[in-house]
Design a protein around this ligand. Structure first.
Ligand code: DGT
Ligand code: CA
Ligand code: CA
Length: 575
Protein backbone atom coordinates (compact mmCIF):
# COMPACT_ATOMS: atom_id res chain seq x y z
CA UNK A 1 0.00 0.00 0.00
CA UNK A 2 1.54 3.32 -0.99
CA UNK A 3 2.13 5.56 2.02
CA UNK A 4 1.46 9.26 1.57
CA UNK A 5 2.89 12.17 3.48
CA UNK A 6 -0.52 12.79 5.01
CA UNK A 7 -0.41 9.26 6.49
CA UNK A 8 2.98 9.85 8.06
CA UNK A 9 1.91 13.24 9.37
CA UNK A 10 -1.26 11.73 10.83
CA UNK A 11 0.77 9.00 12.55
CA UNK A 12 3.10 11.54 14.15
CA UNK A 13 0.21 13.77 15.20
CA UNK A 14 -1.53 10.83 16.81
CA UNK A 15 1.64 9.84 18.65
CA UNK A 16 2.01 13.41 19.91
CA UNK A 17 -1.61 13.48 21.06
CA UNK A 18 -1.33 10.17 22.87
CA UNK A 19 1.94 11.20 24.50
CA UNK A 20 0.26 14.35 25.71
CA UNK A 21 -2.50 12.36 27.33
CA UNK A 22 0.20 10.21 28.93
CA UNK A 23 1.87 13.42 30.12
CA UNK A 24 5.13 12.51 28.45
CA UNK A 25 8.14 14.80 28.04
CA UNK A 26 7.05 18.04 26.28
CA UNK A 27 10.17 18.09 24.10
CA UNK A 28 9.36 14.68 22.75
CA UNK A 29 5.80 15.74 22.04
CA UNK A 30 6.97 18.87 20.27
CA UNK A 31 9.41 16.87 18.14
CA UNK A 32 6.54 14.73 16.82
CA UNK A 33 4.31 17.73 16.19
CA UNK A 34 7.09 19.48 14.35
CA UNK A 35 7.78 16.38 12.24
CA UNK A 36 4.08 16.07 11.41
CA UNK A 37 4.06 19.65 10.17
CA UNK A 38 7.26 19.29 8.15
CA UNK A 39 6.07 16.10 6.45
CA UNK A 40 2.55 17.41 5.93
CA UNK A 41 3.82 20.51 4.16
CA UNK A 42 6.54 18.85 2.14
CA UNK A 43 6.16 19.31 -1.61
CA UNK A 44 7.27 15.76 -2.44
CA UNK A 45 6.49 12.28 -1.24
CA UNK A 46 8.64 10.92 1.60
CA UNK A 47 7.97 7.50 0.06
CA UNK A 48 9.90 8.54 -3.06
CA UNK A 49 12.75 9.87 -0.93
CA UNK A 50 12.98 6.56 0.92
CA UNK A 51 12.85 4.59 -2.32
CA UNK A 52 15.72 6.64 -3.70
CA UNK A 53 17.72 6.22 -0.51
CA UNK A 54 17.74 9.96 0.19
CA UNK A 55 18.78 11.20 3.60
CA UNK A 56 15.64 12.05 5.55
CA UNK A 57 17.73 13.76 8.19
CA UNK A 58 18.26 16.60 5.74
CA UNK A 59 14.70 17.62 6.67
CA UNK A 60 14.63 20.15 9.50
CA UNK A 61 14.03 18.71 12.96
CA UNK A 62 14.28 15.12 11.72
CA UNK A 63 16.92 13.15 13.62
CA UNK A 64 17.87 9.46 13.57
CA UNK A 65 14.85 8.36 15.51
CA UNK A 66 12.20 10.16 13.44
CA UNK A 67 13.94 9.27 10.17
CA UNK A 68 13.88 5.60 11.18
CA UNK A 69 10.18 5.87 12.04
CA UNK A 70 9.42 7.46 8.67
CA UNK A 71 11.21 4.62 6.89
CA UNK A 72 9.37 2.10 9.04
CA UNK A 73 6.01 3.65 8.13
CA UNK A 74 6.87 3.76 4.42
CA UNK A 75 8.17 0.19 4.39
CA UNK A 76 5.62 -1.53 6.59
CA UNK A 77 2.64 0.82 6.75
CA UNK A 78 2.96 0.57 10.53
CA UNK A 79 4.66 2.33 13.38
CA UNK A 80 5.55 0.25 16.43
CA UNK A 81 5.74 3.31 18.67
CA UNK A 82 2.13 4.11 17.84
CA UNK A 83 1.05 0.50 18.30
CA UNK A 84 2.62 0.49 21.72
CA UNK A 85 0.65 3.62 22.66
CA UNK A 86 -2.52 2.05 21.28
CA UNK A 87 -1.99 -0.88 23.60
CA UNK A 88 -1.75 1.50 26.54
CA UNK A 89 -4.58 3.92 25.76
CA UNK A 90 -8.15 3.63 24.44
CA UNK A 91 -8.16 3.69 20.61
CA UNK A 92 -10.43 6.68 19.94
CA UNK A 93 -9.33 8.86 22.82
CA UNK A 94 -7.41 11.36 20.67
CA UNK A 95 -10.73 12.46 19.15
CA UNK A 96 -11.57 13.96 22.51
CA UNK A 97 -8.65 16.35 22.14
CA UNK A 98 -10.35 17.99 19.19
CA UNK A 99 -13.25 19.16 21.33
CA UNK A 100 -12.68 22.85 22.10
CA UNK A 101 -11.89 23.29 25.78
CA UNK A 102 -10.49 19.79 26.23
CA UNK A 103 -6.74 19.53 26.63
CA UNK A 104 -4.74 16.41 27.47
CA UNK A 105 -5.12 16.90 31.24
CA UNK A 106 -8.90 17.03 31.06
CA UNK A 107 -9.11 14.15 28.61
CA UNK A 108 -7.01 12.10 31.00
CA UNK A 109 -9.29 12.97 33.88
CA UNK A 110 -12.46 12.18 31.92
CA UNK A 111 -11.00 8.83 31.01
CA UNK A 112 -9.75 7.95 34.49
CA UNK A 113 -12.72 9.26 36.48
CA UNK A 114 -15.67 8.68 34.14
CA UNK A 115 -14.30 6.07 31.75
CA UNK A 116 -15.04 8.38 28.85
CA UNK A 117 -13.16 7.12 25.81
CA UNK A 118 -15.17 8.27 22.80
CA UNK A 119 -17.09 11.34 21.66
CA UNK A 120 -20.38 9.50 22.11
CA UNK A 121 -19.50 8.61 25.70
CA UNK A 122 -18.45 12.18 26.28
CA UNK A 123 -21.80 13.49 25.03
CA UNK A 124 -23.64 10.98 27.22
CA UNK A 125 -21.63 11.92 30.32
CA UNK A 126 -22.39 15.60 29.65
CA UNK A 127 -26.10 14.94 29.16
CA UNK A 128 -26.18 12.93 32.38
CA UNK A 129 -24.59 15.82 34.28
CA UNK A 130 -21.63 13.74 35.37
CA UNK A 131 -18.93 16.03 34.02
CA UNK A 132 -19.79 18.99 36.23
CA UNK A 133 -18.88 16.87 39.28
CA UNK A 134 -15.23 16.65 38.24
CA UNK A 135 -12.76 19.09 39.82
CA UNK A 136 -12.18 22.10 37.55
CA UNK A 137 -15.14 21.48 35.22
CA UNK A 138 -18.50 22.91 36.38
CA UNK A 139 -21.92 23.18 34.73
CA UNK A 140 -20.93 25.85 32.20
CA UNK A 141 -17.98 23.83 30.91
CA UNK A 142 -20.21 20.79 30.72
CA UNK A 143 -22.75 22.65 28.58
CA UNK A 144 -20.00 23.96 26.30
CA UNK A 145 -18.58 20.48 25.87
CA UNK A 146 -21.96 19.04 24.99
CA UNK A 147 -22.57 21.73 22.40
CA UNK A 148 -19.12 21.28 20.86
CA UNK A 149 -19.42 17.50 20.68
CA UNK A 150 -22.82 17.62 19.06
CA UNK A 151 -21.61 20.14 16.50
CA UNK A 152 -18.57 17.97 15.84
CA UNK A 153 -20.54 14.75 15.46
CA UNK A 154 -22.89 16.32 12.94
CA UNK A 155 -20.20 18.08 10.91
CA UNK A 156 -19.60 16.62 7.46
CA UNK A 157 -15.98 15.95 6.94
CA UNK A 158 -14.26 17.67 4.04
CA UNK A 159 -10.69 17.07 3.02
CA UNK A 160 -8.15 19.57 1.70
CA UNK A 161 -7.80 19.54 -2.08
CA UNK A 162 -4.05 19.13 -1.76
CA UNK A 163 -4.48 16.04 0.42
CA UNK A 164 -7.13 14.63 -1.88
CA UNK A 165 -4.68 15.13 -4.76
CA UNK A 166 -2.19 12.74 -3.13
CA UNK A 167 -4.85 10.04 -2.98
CA UNK A 168 -6.27 10.73 -6.43
CA UNK A 169 -2.83 10.63 -8.00
CA UNK A 170 -2.28 7.07 -6.74
CA UNK A 171 -5.75 5.81 -7.47
CA UNK A 172 -6.03 7.12 -11.04
CA UNK A 173 -3.03 5.17 -12.43
CA UNK A 174 -4.20 2.10 -10.50
CA UNK A 175 -7.57 2.23 -12.29
CA UNK A 176 -6.04 3.23 -15.62
CA UNK A 177 -3.97 0.08 -15.68
CA UNK A 178 -7.03 -2.18 -15.50
CA UNK A 179 -7.81 -4.17 -18.62
CA UNK A 180 -10.24 -2.46 -21.01
CA UNK A 181 -9.89 1.06 -19.56
CA UNK A 182 -9.57 3.82 -22.13
CA UNK A 183 -9.68 6.85 -19.88
CA UNK A 184 -9.87 7.90 -16.22
CA UNK A 185 -10.65 11.37 -14.95
CA UNK A 186 -11.48 12.86 -11.56
CA UNK A 187 -14.58 15.07 -11.83
CA UNK A 188 -16.61 16.76 -9.05
CA UNK A 189 -15.33 19.53 -6.84
CA UNK A 190 -11.81 18.15 -7.32
CA UNK A 191 -11.87 19.08 -10.99
CA UNK A 192 -13.34 22.47 -10.11
CA UNK A 193 -10.37 23.00 -7.76
CA UNK A 194 -12.41 23.75 -4.67
CA UNK A 195 -10.06 24.16 -1.72
CA UNK A 196 -11.71 21.23 0.05
CA UNK A 197 -13.60 18.26 -1.38
CA UNK A 198 -16.37 16.17 0.17
CA UNK A 199 -15.55 13.10 -1.92
CA UNK A 200 -13.85 12.11 -5.16
CA UNK A 201 -15.97 11.44 -8.24
CA UNK A 202 -14.05 9.36 -10.75
CA UNK A 203 -15.20 8.70 -14.27
CA UNK A 204 -13.91 5.86 -16.40
CA UNK A 205 -14.43 4.89 -20.01
CA UNK A 206 -14.23 1.14 -20.22
CA UNK A 207 -15.50 -1.60 -22.49
CA UNK A 208 -18.22 -3.91 -21.22
CA UNK A 209 -16.76 -6.61 -18.99
CA UNK A 210 -13.74 -4.52 -18.11
CA UNK A 211 -11.83 -5.42 -14.97
CA UNK A 212 -11.93 -1.86 -13.67
CA UNK A 213 -14.72 -2.41 -11.15
CA UNK A 214 -13.00 -5.40 -9.60
CA UNK A 215 -9.77 -3.48 -9.50
CA UNK A 216 -11.43 -0.54 -7.76
CA UNK A 217 -12.95 -2.81 -5.10
CA UNK A 218 -9.58 -4.47 -4.60
CA UNK A 219 -7.72 -1.19 -4.08
CA UNK A 220 -5.41 -1.66 -1.13
CA UNK A 221 -6.26 1.69 0.42
CA UNK A 222 -9.98 0.94 0.41
CA UNK A 223 -11.46 0.35 3.85
CA UNK A 224 -15.13 -0.21 3.14
CA UNK A 225 -17.28 -0.81 0.05
CA UNK A 226 -20.47 1.22 0.44
CA UNK A 227 -22.11 0.06 -2.78
CA UNK A 228 -21.20 -1.87 -5.86
CA UNK A 229 -22.86 -2.47 -9.21
CA UNK A 230 -21.84 -3.05 -12.81
CA UNK A 231 -21.30 0.64 -13.64
CA UNK A 232 -21.02 2.38 -10.30
CA UNK A 233 -19.46 1.81 -6.91
CA UNK A 234 -18.55 3.77 -3.81
CA UNK A 235 -15.64 3.01 -1.55
CA UNK A 236 -14.36 4.68 1.61
CA UNK A 237 -10.57 4.82 1.79
CA UNK A 238 -8.66 4.20 4.99
CA UNK A 239 -8.24 7.92 5.53
CA UNK A 240 -12.04 8.39 5.46
CA UNK A 241 -12.21 9.84 1.94
CA UNK A 242 -15.15 8.51 -0.07
CA UNK A 243 -14.60 7.72 -3.74
CA UNK A 244 -17.49 7.34 -6.19
CA UNK A 245 -16.63 5.53 -9.41
CA UNK A 246 -18.71 5.53 -12.54
CA UNK A 247 -18.03 3.58 -15.68
CA UNK A 248 -19.47 5.08 -18.86
CA UNK A 249 -19.46 4.46 -22.62
CA UNK A 250 -17.19 6.53 -24.78
CA UNK A 251 -20.31 7.89 -26.53
CA UNK A 252 -21.56 9.47 -23.28
CA UNK A 253 -18.23 10.40 -21.74
CA UNK A 254 -18.34 14.16 -22.38
CA UNK A 255 -21.88 14.47 -21.03
CA UNK A 256 -21.05 12.36 -17.98
CA UNK A 257 -17.91 14.38 -17.35
CA UNK A 258 -19.93 17.58 -17.53
CA UNK A 259 -22.64 16.19 -15.26
CA UNK A 260 -20.30 14.83 -12.60
CA UNK A 261 -18.01 17.84 -12.64
CA UNK A 262 -20.93 19.99 -11.57
CA UNK A 263 -21.41 22.06 -9.68
CA UNK A 264 -25.00 21.14 -9.15
CA UNK A 265 -25.97 24.79 -9.61
CA UNK A 266 -24.07 24.96 -12.89
CA UNK A 267 -25.77 21.75 -14.07
CA UNK A 268 -29.20 23.09 -13.29
CA UNK A 269 -28.48 26.30 -15.18
CA UNK A 270 -27.23 24.30 -18.18
CA UNK A 271 -30.33 22.14 -18.17
CA UNK A 272 -32.48 25.24 -18.24
CA UNK A 273 -30.63 26.48 -21.31
CA UNK A 274 -31.17 23.13 -22.98
CA UNK A 275 -34.89 23.32 -22.24
CA UNK A 276 -35.13 26.84 -23.66
CA UNK A 277 -33.81 25.43 -26.91
CA UNK A 278 -36.11 22.44 -26.94
CA UNK A 279 -33.24 20.12 -26.03
CA UNK A 280 -32.72 17.69 -23.23
CA UNK A 281 -29.45 17.47 -21.28
CA UNK A 282 -28.55 14.61 -18.99
CA UNK A 283 -25.51 12.56 -18.04
CA UNK A 284 -25.77 10.61 -21.33
CA UNK A 285 -25.80 13.51 -23.76
CA UNK A 286 -27.70 16.38 -25.34
CA UNK A 287 -30.83 15.12 -27.07
CA UNK A 288 -33.19 16.56 -29.63
CA UNK A 289 -36.15 14.27 -29.39
CA UNK A 290 -34.54 10.84 -29.40
CA UNK A 291 -31.42 11.90 -31.29
CA UNK A 292 -28.26 12.34 -29.31
CA UNK A 293 -26.67 15.43 -30.84
CA UNK A 294 -23.68 15.49 -28.47
CA UNK A 295 -22.27 13.26 -25.74
CA UNK A 296 -18.79 11.89 -26.40
CA UNK A 297 -16.99 15.14 -25.98
CA UNK A 298 -17.45 17.89 -23.41
CA UNK A 299 -16.69 20.71 -25.84
CA UNK A 300 -19.40 19.37 -28.14
CA UNK A 301 -21.90 19.22 -25.28
CA UNK A 302 -21.44 22.93 -24.61
CA UNK A 303 -21.45 23.67 -28.33
CA UNK A 304 -24.78 21.86 -28.73
CA UNK A 305 -26.18 24.28 -26.13
CA UNK A 306 -24.81 27.22 -28.10
CA UNK A 307 -22.02 27.87 -25.60
CA UNK A 308 -18.24 27.88 -25.69
CA UNK A 309 -16.58 25.33 -23.38
CA UNK A 310 -16.46 26.61 -19.81
CA UNK A 311 -13.40 25.83 -17.67
CA UNK A 312 -14.30 23.58 -14.69
CA UNK A 313 -13.03 26.11 -12.14
CA UNK A 314 -15.72 28.55 -13.31
CA UNK A 315 -18.64 26.15 -13.04
CA UNK A 316 -20.33 27.46 -9.92
CA UNK A 317 -23.21 29.40 -11.46
CA UNK A 318 -21.51 32.65 -10.52
CA UNK A 319 -22.04 34.42 -13.82
CA UNK A 320 -20.06 32.06 -16.05
CA UNK A 321 -23.07 31.09 -18.12
CA UNK A 322 -24.03 34.66 -18.94
CA UNK A 323 -20.38 35.37 -19.75
CA UNK A 324 -20.25 32.31 -21.99
CA UNK A 325 -23.43 33.35 -23.79
CA UNK A 326 -22.00 36.81 -24.41
CA UNK A 327 -18.68 35.24 -25.45
CA UNK A 328 -16.97 37.14 -22.63
CA UNK A 329 -15.45 34.29 -20.65
CA UNK A 330 -12.14 35.24 -19.03
CA UNK A 331 -8.93 33.87 -20.50
CA UNK A 332 -7.94 32.24 -17.24
CA UNK A 333 -4.38 32.41 -15.96
CA UNK A 334 -2.40 29.18 -16.39
CA UNK A 335 0.61 27.76 -14.61
CA UNK A 336 2.64 28.29 -17.77
CA UNK A 337 1.93 32.04 -17.58
CA UNK A 338 4.03 32.43 -14.43
CA UNK A 339 7.49 33.88 -15.11
CA UNK A 340 8.74 33.67 -11.56
CA UNK A 341 7.93 33.29 -7.88
CA UNK A 342 8.12 36.17 -5.43
CA UNK A 343 8.11 34.38 -2.06
CA UNK A 344 10.56 31.64 -1.11
CA UNK A 345 12.78 30.73 1.83
CA UNK A 346 16.22 29.11 2.03
CA UNK A 347 18.43 27.48 4.63
CA UNK A 348 19.25 30.96 5.94
CA UNK A 349 15.95 30.74 7.86
CA UNK A 350 13.52 27.82 7.90
CA UNK A 351 13.97 26.62 4.30
CA UNK A 352 15.68 23.37 3.34
CA UNK A 353 17.71 24.41 0.30
CA UNK A 354 20.39 26.95 -0.52
CA UNK A 355 20.05 30.07 -2.65
CA UNK A 356 21.66 28.31 -5.56
CA UNK A 357 19.55 25.17 -5.23
CA UNK A 358 16.38 27.24 -5.16
CA UNK A 359 17.55 29.33 -8.14
CA UNK A 360 18.32 26.26 -10.22
CA UNK A 361 15.03 24.61 -9.34
CA UNK A 362 13.15 27.77 -10.38
CA UNK A 363 15.14 27.95 -13.59
CA UNK A 364 14.26 24.30 -14.23
CA UNK A 365 10.60 25.30 -14.16
CA UNK A 366 11.25 27.89 -16.84
CA UNK A 367 11.13 30.85 -14.45
CA UNK A 368 13.23 33.89 -15.23
CA UNK A 369 13.23 35.37 -11.74
CA UNK A 370 12.91 34.29 -8.13
CA UNK A 371 12.59 36.57 -5.10
CA UNK A 372 14.29 35.39 -1.91
CA UNK A 373 12.13 36.49 0.99
CA UNK A 374 13.24 35.16 4.36
CA UNK A 375 11.49 35.79 7.63
CA UNK A 376 12.58 38.79 9.71
CA UNK A 377 14.12 38.66 13.20
CA UNK A 378 10.85 38.82 15.08
CA UNK A 379 10.15 35.26 13.93
CA UNK A 380 12.95 33.87 16.09
CA UNK A 381 11.51 30.35 15.82
CA UNK A 382 12.27 30.43 12.09
CA UNK A 383 15.71 32.06 12.62
CA UNK A 384 14.43 35.30 11.10
CA UNK A 385 17.05 37.67 9.69
CA UNK A 386 18.33 40.77 11.47
CA UNK A 387 19.80 43.65 9.41
CA UNK A 388 23.31 42.19 9.45
CA UNK A 389 22.26 38.73 8.21
CA UNK A 390 19.95 40.28 5.63
CA UNK A 391 22.85 42.38 4.29
CA UNK A 392 24.99 39.25 4.11
CA UNK A 393 22.30 37.46 2.16
CA UNK A 394 21.99 40.41 -0.23
CA UNK A 395 25.76 40.21 -0.84
CA UNK A 396 25.47 36.49 -1.47
CA UNK A 397 22.64 37.12 -3.95
CA UNK A 398 24.73 39.71 -5.79
CA UNK A 399 27.62 37.27 -6.06
CA UNK A 400 25.35 34.46 -7.23
CA UNK A 401 23.56 36.64 -9.79
CA UNK A 402 26.94 37.38 -11.35
CA UNK A 403 27.36 33.67 -12.13
CA UNK A 404 23.77 32.50 -12.75
CA UNK A 405 22.49 32.31 -16.27
CA UNK A 406 18.86 32.36 -17.35
CA UNK A 407 17.51 33.27 -13.93
CA UNK A 408 17.80 36.35 -11.76
CA UNK A 409 17.43 36.34 -7.99
CA UNK A 410 15.60 39.31 -6.52
CA UNK A 411 16.38 40.55 -3.03
CA UNK A 412 13.42 40.56 -0.71
CA UNK A 413 12.19 39.90 2.81
CA UNK A 414 9.02 38.61 4.43
CA UNK A 415 9.04 41.17 7.19
CA UNK A 416 6.76 40.90 10.20
CA UNK A 417 4.08 43.53 10.52
CA UNK A 418 4.22 44.40 14.20
CA UNK A 419 1.17 45.02 16.31
CA UNK A 420 1.22 48.77 15.69
CA UNK A 421 1.65 48.39 11.92
CA UNK A 422 5.35 49.19 11.88
CA UNK A 423 7.76 46.78 10.21
CA UNK A 424 10.18 44.51 12.04
CA UNK A 425 13.28 45.93 10.28
CA UNK A 426 14.56 49.51 9.94
CA UNK A 427 14.38 51.42 6.65
CA UNK A 428 18.14 51.24 6.36
CA UNK A 429 17.85 47.44 6.08
CA UNK A 430 14.95 47.51 3.63
CA UNK A 431 16.26 50.20 1.26
CA UNK A 432 18.48 47.83 -0.66
CA UNK A 433 15.75 45.29 -1.42
CA UNK A 434 13.82 44.80 -4.66
CA UNK A 435 10.67 43.97 -2.77
CA UNK A 436 9.33 43.96 0.79
CA UNK A 437 6.62 41.46 1.63
CA UNK A 438 4.76 42.34 4.81
CA UNK A 439 3.17 39.57 6.84
CA UNK A 440 1.09 39.27 9.99
CA UNK A 441 2.43 36.43 12.15
CA UNK A 442 1.24 37.53 15.57
CA UNK A 443 -1.75 39.00 17.40
CA UNK A 444 -4.35 37.37 15.16
CA UNK A 445 -6.84 38.28 17.87
CA UNK A 446 -6.87 42.07 17.46
CA UNK A 447 -10.33 43.59 17.08
CA UNK A 448 -11.40 44.30 13.50
CA UNK A 449 -10.72 48.03 13.46
CA UNK A 450 -7.28 47.63 15.02
CA UNK A 451 -6.30 44.74 12.77
CA UNK A 452 -7.38 46.66 9.68
CA UNK A 453 -5.51 49.82 10.74
CA UNK A 454 -2.43 47.79 11.51
CA UNK A 455 -2.32 46.43 7.97
CA UNK A 456 -3.18 49.74 6.28
CA UNK A 457 -0.42 51.43 8.21
CA UNK A 458 2.09 48.76 7.19
CA UNK A 459 1.10 49.23 3.55
CA UNK A 460 1.84 52.94 3.84
CA UNK A 461 5.44 52.18 4.69
CA UNK A 462 7.69 53.65 2.00
CA UNK A 463 9.24 50.29 1.10
CA UNK A 464 6.17 48.05 1.43
CA UNK A 465 5.46 46.10 -1.78
CA UNK A 466 3.28 43.08 -1.21
CA UNK A 467 0.94 41.78 1.52
CA UNK A 468 1.66 38.10 2.22
CA UNK A 469 -1.15 35.59 2.93
CA UNK A 470 -3.57 38.48 3.48
CA UNK A 471 -6.12 36.84 5.80
CA UNK A 472 -3.85 34.61 7.86
CA UNK A 473 -6.21 31.65 7.76
CA UNK A 474 -4.97 28.07 7.81
CA UNK A 475 -7.43 25.78 6.03
CA UNK A 476 -9.76 23.95 8.43
CA UNK A 477 -7.62 24.95 11.40
CA UNK A 478 -7.29 28.72 11.83
CA UNK A 479 -10.01 31.15 10.80
CA UNK A 480 -9.02 34.36 9.00
CA UNK A 481 -8.23 37.19 11.36
CA UNK A 482 -10.94 39.76 11.58
CA UNK A 483 -10.06 42.57 9.19
CA UNK A 484 -11.90 44.64 6.59
CA UNK A 485 -10.58 43.04 3.41
CA UNK A 486 -12.41 45.37 1.07
CA UNK A 487 -10.79 48.35 2.74
CA UNK A 488 -7.41 46.65 2.62
CA UNK A 489 -7.80 45.85 -1.06
CA UNK A 490 -8.93 49.38 -1.87
CA UNK A 491 -6.04 50.77 0.10
CA UNK A 492 -3.66 48.56 -1.85
CA UNK A 493 -5.14 50.06 -5.00
CA UNK A 494 -4.54 53.62 -3.81
CA UNK A 495 -1.13 52.86 -2.44
CA UNK A 496 -0.16 50.99 -5.62
CA UNK A 497 1.04 47.89 -3.76
CA UNK A 498 0.15 44.25 -4.38
CA UNK A 499 -1.53 41.28 -2.70
CA UNK A 500 -0.28 37.75 -2.48
CA UNK A 501 -2.20 34.62 -3.27
CA UNK A 502 -0.12 32.27 -1.16
CA UNK A 503 -0.29 28.82 -2.78
CA UNK A 504 0.93 26.92 0.26
CA UNK A 505 -1.43 23.94 0.68
CA UNK A 506 -2.33 24.92 4.23
CA UNK A 507 -3.12 28.48 3.26
CA UNK A 508 -4.49 29.24 -0.22
CA UNK A 509 -4.76 32.82 0.93
CA UNK A 510 -6.08 35.24 -0.66
CA UNK A 511 -9.33 33.44 -0.18
CA UNK A 512 -11.49 32.61 -3.14
CA UNK A 513 -13.84 35.59 -2.70
CA UNK A 514 -11.02 38.11 -2.19
CA UNK A 515 -9.37 37.10 -5.45
CA UNK A 516 -12.39 38.44 -7.29
CA UNK A 517 -12.40 41.56 -5.12
CA UNK A 518 -8.77 42.21 -6.02
CA UNK A 519 -9.52 41.75 -9.71
CA UNK A 520 -12.51 44.07 -9.58
CA UNK A 521 -10.59 46.71 -7.66
CA UNK A 522 -7.67 46.47 -10.07
CA UNK A 523 -5.04 45.23 -7.62
CA UNK A 524 -2.46 42.85 -9.04
CA UNK A 525 -2.10 39.52 -7.27
CA UNK A 526 1.19 37.63 -6.95
CA UNK A 527 0.69 33.85 -6.97
CA UNK A 528 3.57 32.64 -4.79
CA UNK A 529 4.63 29.21 -3.58
CA UNK A 530 6.05 30.28 -0.20
CA UNK A 531 8.45 27.42 -0.93
CA UNK A 532 10.57 26.17 1.94
CA UNK A 533 12.16 23.58 -0.32
CA UNK A 534 12.78 23.29 -4.03
CA UNK A 535 10.00 20.72 -4.30
CA UNK A 536 7.45 23.17 -2.94
CA UNK A 537 7.14 24.97 -6.27
CA UNK A 538 4.64 22.16 -6.89
CA UNK A 539 2.23 24.12 -4.67
CA UNK A 540 1.82 26.76 -7.35
CA UNK A 541 -0.73 24.74 -9.27
CA UNK A 542 -3.16 24.94 -6.35
CA UNK A 543 -2.70 28.71 -6.23
CA UNK A 544 -3.42 28.84 -9.93
CA UNK A 545 -6.57 26.75 -9.38
CA UNK A 546 -7.77 29.14 -6.70
CA UNK A 547 -7.08 32.15 -8.94
CA UNK A 548 -8.93 30.56 -11.85
CA UNK A 549 -11.98 29.89 -9.68
CA UNK A 550 -12.36 33.63 -9.33
CA UNK A 551 -11.76 34.50 -12.92
CA UNK A 552 -8.20 35.79 -12.72
CA UNK A 553 -6.42 36.29 -16.03
CA UNK A 554 -2.69 36.53 -16.66
CA UNK A 555 -3.08 40.32 -16.74
CA UNK A 556 -4.33 40.30 -13.14
CA UNK A 557 -1.28 38.44 -11.88
CA UNK A 558 1.93 40.28 -11.02
CA UNK A 559 4.34 37.43 -11.61
CA UNK A 560 3.21 36.80 -15.16
CA UNK A 561 5.16 39.94 -16.07
CA UNK A 562 8.56 39.70 -17.72
CA UNK A 563 11.43 40.83 -15.51
CA UNK A 564 11.88 44.38 -16.88
CA UNK A 565 8.17 45.09 -16.46
CA UNK A 566 8.18 43.53 -13.00
CA UNK A 567 11.13 45.67 -11.96
CA UNK A 568 9.34 48.76 -13.20
CA UNK A 569 6.20 47.85 -11.21
CA UNK A 570 8.17 47.10 -8.05
CA UNK A 571 10.12 50.34 -8.31
CA UNK A 572 6.90 52.33 -8.71
CA UNK A 573 5.68 51.25 -5.28
CA UNK A 574 8.66 52.72 -3.43
CA UNK A 575 8.33 56.17 -2.02
P1 DGT B 1 -18.20 17.78 -2.84
O1 DGT B 1 -17.99 16.34 -3.14
O2 DGT B 1 -19.13 18.04 -1.71
O3 DGT B 1 -16.92 18.53 -2.64
O4 DGT B 1 -18.90 18.47 -4.11
P2 DGT B 1 -19.19 17.90 -5.56
O5 DGT B 1 -19.54 19.06 -6.41
O6 DGT B 1 -18.10 17.01 -6.02
O7 DGT B 1 -20.55 17.11 -5.33
P3 DGT B 1 -20.92 15.55 -5.37
O8 DGT B 1 -19.75 14.67 -5.13
O9 DGT B 1 -22.07 15.41 -4.44
O10 DGT B 1 -21.47 15.33 -6.83
C1 DGT B 1 -20.64 15.41 -7.96
C2 DGT B 1 -21.33 16.14 -9.05
O11 DGT B 1 -22.48 15.39 -9.48
C3 DGT B 1 -21.88 17.49 -8.65
O12 DGT B 1 -20.92 18.51 -8.71
C4 DGT B 1 -22.95 17.69 -9.67
C5 DGT B 1 -23.49 16.29 -9.88
N1 DGT B 1 -24.70 16.12 -9.08
C6 DGT B 1 -24.81 15.46 -7.91
N2 DGT B 1 -26.07 15.50 -7.47
C7 DGT B 1 -26.78 16.20 -8.37
C8 DGT B 1 -28.15 16.60 -8.49
O13 DGT B 1 -28.99 16.30 -7.65
N3 DGT B 1 -28.50 17.34 -9.58
C9 DGT B 1 -27.59 17.69 -10.52
N4 DGT B 1 -27.98 18.41 -11.56
N5 DGT B 1 -26.32 17.34 -10.45
C10 DGT B 1 -25.90 16.60 -9.39
CA1 CA C 1 -17.37 15.14 -4.96
CA1 CA D 1 -19.79 12.22 -5.04
Amino acid sequence: MPIHNADIAATFTEIADLLEIEQANPFRIRAYRNAARIVGELGREVRAMVERGENLKALPGIGDDLAAKMREIVDSGKCRALEKLHAELPPAITELLHVPGLGPKRVRMLWHELEVQTLEQLARAARDGRIRELPGFGAKTEANILQAVEAHLSKVRRIKLTTAAQYAESLVPWLASARGVARVEVAGSYRRCRETVGDLDILVIAAAGSAVMARFIAYEEGAEVLSQGPTRASVVLKNGLQVDLRVVDAAAYGAALCYFTGSKAHNIALRRIAQEQGLKLNEYGVFRGRDRIAGADEVAVYRALGLPWIAPELREDRGEIAAARADRLPRLVQLADLRGDLHVHTVATDGHHTLEEMALAAKGLGFSYLAITEHSRRLAMAHGLDPRRLAEQCDAIDRLNATLEGIVLLKGIEVDILEDGSLDLPDSALARLDLVIGAVHSRFDLPRAKQTERILRAMDHRYFTLLAHPTGRVIESRAPYDADMLRIIRHARQRGCFLELNAHPERLDLLDSHCLMAKEEGVLVAINSDAHSRDDFAHLRFGIGQARRRWLEAANVLNTRALPELRRLLAQVRR
